[in-house]
Design a protein around this ligand. Structure first.
Ligand code: G
Ligand code: G
Ligand code: MN
Ligand code: NA
Length: 248
């Protein structure tokens, strides 16, 4: 079946579901973070991963709407934990933003309003921007980043090293975290070239005052290795497999 009506139907019937993945601080003193990951539930209960619907949602310009739904639903979950007299179960929660959302000049006002409605402090939040999400209007993206920092939120450059614009993005965007693309991490225990790339990214990050997150940490042996290379956080199946956010 064509993806667009399935996406529209899922938006209308509330069949997008928030998942999350823990991000472990490799420094024992730091608190864990988490990243919000969206899944689409079909009417028959099948769970569709984002790789199957995000490209279509981007093509048909539904990502700004989906990103807004994810932002509001994440804030509502934070408010629900608070109502249950629980702390958020991680010290920071990351939300991915598509390129189209970064190009939307009204996004920051929307987030600001939803933060006030749900009583969410900016210090709890991180926004991930990916270098593959072509930013059409640099000034708008820069204005968003400035607003996010005014709230006390953090910014992360996602999938770092996967595209052609890594260094330009690092120069242009004042971010707080570099997320080392999983292609350099997955096999790093057996690949000296991958380890050299990770080491170089850690130096680059440290020179700019940024912290690093390694993605796709799927083997336990990677954890001490990444810590020794100076990586600050690890995300991947050996730390935590994505699970429904409501179960956190
Ligand atoms: O969850 P999964 O690893 O299948 O996600 C694949 C990709 O889909 C991620 O790398 C991310 O870029 C994108 N993605 C996942 N969840 C979200 C989300 O909530 N919002 C946006 N904009 N992208 C997401
Ligand atoms: O694009 P982004 O990096 O934001 O999305 C992360 C995606 O990578 C999520 O969809 C998540 O399910 C997936 N992921 C996270 N850790 C691992 C891992 O260790 N192995 C694999 N294969 N996928 C992972
Ligand atoms: Mn991400
Ligand atoms: Na990523």
């Amino acid at each position: 079946l064509a993806m667009l009506p399935r996406i529209a139907g899922a938006l209308e019937s509330g069949r997008f579901v928030l998942y999350f993945q823990r991000i472990r601080a490799l420094d024992a003193l730091g608190g864990d973070h988490a990243e919000v990951l969206v899944r689409m539930h079909e009417e028959d209960g099948t769970v569709v991963p984002p790789a199957h619907f995000i490209p279509a949602a981007e093509r048909f310009n539904r990502m700004p709407e989906l990103d807004r739904w994810i932002i509001d639903a994440t804030f509502a979950q934070i408010a629900a934990w608070r109502e249950a007299a629980r702390e958020m179960p991680f010290s920071q929660i990351s939300i991915n933003l598509s390129g189209a959302s970064l190009d939307d000049p009204t996004l920051a006002d929307f987030i600001d309003e939803r933060m006030r409605v749900h009583g969410v402090e900016g210090e709890l939040l991180c926004f991930e921007i990916t270098e593959s999400a072509a930013v059409a209007d640099l000034e708008r993206a820069l204005a968003f980043i400035a607003r996010a920092h005014e709230w006390g939120a953090a910014l992360a450059l996602d999938d770092f090293g996967s595209g052609l614009s890594s260094f330009a993005y690092l120069k242009q965007f004042r971010v707080d975290y570099l997320k080392i693309d999983g292609q350099f991490v997955r096999n790093a225990a057996n690949d000296a070239s991958d380890r050299a790339v990770i080491e170089a990214m850690v130096h680059l990050a440290q020179a700019h005052g940024l912290r690093t997150v390694a993605e796709f940490v799927a083997e336990p042996a990677l954890l001490p290795m990444l810590r020794a290379l100076g990586v600050d956080y690890a995300q991947g199946y050996t730390v935590h497999k994505p699970a429904p956010l409501a179960s956190a």
